[in-house]
Design a protein around this ligand. Structure first.
Ligand SMILES: Cc1cc2nc3c(=O)[nH]c(=O)nc-3n(C[C@H](O)[C@H](O)[C@H](O)COP(=O)(O)OP(=O)(O)OC[C@H]3O[C@@H](n4cnc5c(N)ncnc54)[C@H](O)[C@@H]3O)c2cc1C
Length: 289
């Protein structure tokens, strides 16, 4: 494992908000993972895993943490049993499995890696399909050892998993998936239709997707933001998208402070118990809730 210190390269996120990491490494093997964990312990800094950054923003300054990316992305298919390493983009997996008549089309159009998707149980809304529905098991480094979690042990819920709730650092490594079989042409048709719906409903700009989760009664966050007339509301360089009120947009020169101020304003003005879906990571490596 090659750790870069005070890397001047900015951490990559789709919202293009964030500074650089005090320590940064790409992990290619399981022993790299163990080494990274030991390194973070020795330096007494948080260990943060970054996937494609499509649900994450970092503080603009130097983040006092070891930030790692998983550079393992092997994918194998045997009948309807699929094994994938978490660095592989989810969209690639959806399309590749369609060629094998295996249907993950419900996850169409979700940016990011398999790791990010498993961590946050990415997918449709509270009553739809999530990646957890297709998981058989997940292998992760947690605490200080390797463990394979059965689907039940993953405790998948709406944008929730045992990994997200863990108080110790978790590094997801691979998963076995068992998608249902369906003819390739039907899957391709479904993928096209879902992509068209996204193009209609979502902005294609610098964003990290939905900022808040739906409320526990299922009310979508965009409805709450809309009712408070905060669609298109702007703080500094960040606004709620005029196209989808729950998407924060970087209008060009957004800062982390703009984004955090905007979410506080939304919470205050709506008065609703809005939980973050996006990951806001401050300069100490702490994740805001
Ligand atoms: C335009 C757009 C549309 C979106 N639509 C949807 C949608 O329909 N449904 C949905 O659920 N999400 C959606 N998202 C959000 C985002 O795509 C998902 O949350 C995605 O799964 C994040 O993956 P990532 O690799 O980018 O994760 P990152 O943003 O890099 O990380 C997210 C979290 O996962 C953790 N993580 C990532 N990899 C690992 C790993 N290997 N081990 C441990 N922890 C890890 C990170 O530490 C972080 O806490 C959308 C985002 C955008 C920009």
């Amino acid at each position: 494992m090659n750790v870069k210190e005070h890397e001047s390269l900015k951490l990559k996120t789709t919202m293009h908000i964030g500074g650089s990491a005090r320590y940064y490494a790409e992990l290619k093997t399981k022993s790299d993972v163990e080494e990274a964990w030991r390194f973070a312990e020795e330096k007494s800094v948080p260990l943060l895993v970054l996937g494609a950054g499509s649900n994450t923003i970092f503080a603009d300054s130097l983040i006092n943490a070891l930030v790692v990316r998983i550079a393992a992305d092997h994918l194998s298919v045997d009948g309807n049993r699929v094994e994938a390493e978490v660095g592989r983009p989810l969209g690639y997996i959806v399309n590749a499995l369609a060629q094998h008549n295996l249907d993950l089309s419900a996850l169409t159009g979700i940016p990011g890696t398999l790791g990010g998707a498993l961590f946050g149980n990415a997918g449709q809304g509270p009553t739809g399909l999530w990646i957890g529905h297709f998981v058989e098991s997940v292998t992760a480094f947690l605490g200080s050892s390797w463990r394979t979690f059965s689907k039940e042990e993953c405790l998948f819920g709406y944008r929730d998993s045992v990994f997200k709730r863990s108080s110790s650092p978790v590094i997801l490594w691979s998963a076995h998936l068992a998608p249902p079989s369906r003819p390739q042409e039907e899957i391709a048709q479904e993928i096209r239709s879902l992509l068209a719906k996204r193009r209609e409903a979502q902005p294609f700009s610098m964003t990290a997707g939905s900022c808040f989760k739906a409320l526990s009664d299922g009310t979508p966050a965009w409805q709450i933001i809309d009712r408070a007339q905060l669609r298109g509301f702007r703080v500094g360089g960040v606004e709620t998208s005029p196209k989808h009120a729950n998407f924060l947009i970087n209008t060009g020169d957004a800062t982390y402070a703009d984004a955090s101020d905007l979410i506080q304003t939304i919470r205050k003005k709506t008065g609703a118990p809005l939980e973050l879906e996006m990951r806001f990571i401050d300069e100490t490596g702490r994740v805001l809730s």
